[in-house]
Design a protein around this ligand. Structure first.
Ligand SMILES: [Zn+2]
Ligand SMILES: [Zn+2]
Length: 159
């Protein structure tokens, strides 16, 4: 098997790729499951070049190309919405796509209730999720930066 264009360190627990998310290396599978697992798509929205799956709780997943990481192009966002609206994210898998046997890249394939698989997207899509304000991923980030601010203040006082 040829070497894929991208390589991710596998998660020691489940073997899915590890990505830098919210400033630290995390298992993309656990991250996706926590933020999007079993949730329904409320809307498919295009913003600039990028198409987002908008989930019922406000999470937005950008659809990025597995080979280059750029936004995937879709001919009709309306058709995509008709097909995937109200569908629930059931599972996802680690797959390979490519132009030939020698040129492959890893993608994540999302499976939705009733309609099956969405075309494979880049794992980086997980790292670029927009989280709603009440998401634990965002709360942790905020708590961390608040702690950082406190440390900085303390250091200043010592000087
Ligand atoms: Zn894992
Ligand atoms: Zn989230």
């Amino acid at each position: 098997m040829a070497k894929p264009r991208r390589h991710y360190q596998p998660c020691p627990d489940c073997g899915f790729p590890m990505l830098r998310m919210d400033g630290k290396l995390q298992c993309a599978s656990r991250y996706l499951d926590r933020c999007l697992g079993k949730k329904r798509i409320a809307e498919v929205r295009q913003e600039g070049e990028c198409v987002y799956l908008v989930f019922e709780d406000g999470h937005q997943l950008p659809l990025l190309c597995g080979c280059c990481g750029e936004p995937l192009e879709f001919k009709g966002v309306e058709a995509l919405e008709r097909r995937y609206k109200n569908r629930r994210l059931l599972s996802f898998s680690d797959a390979r796509e490519g132009t030939s046997y020698d040129d492959v890249w890893p993608v994540v394939v999302l499976t939705f209730s009733g309609v099956g698989e969405l075309p494979g997207i880049a794992w980086e899509s997980a790292a670029r999720i927009h989280h709603p304000p009440d998401c634990p991923a965002r709360r942790r980030k905020r708590a961390k930066s608040a702690a950082g601010a406190r440390t900085r203040k303390r250091r200043k006082r010592r000087r």
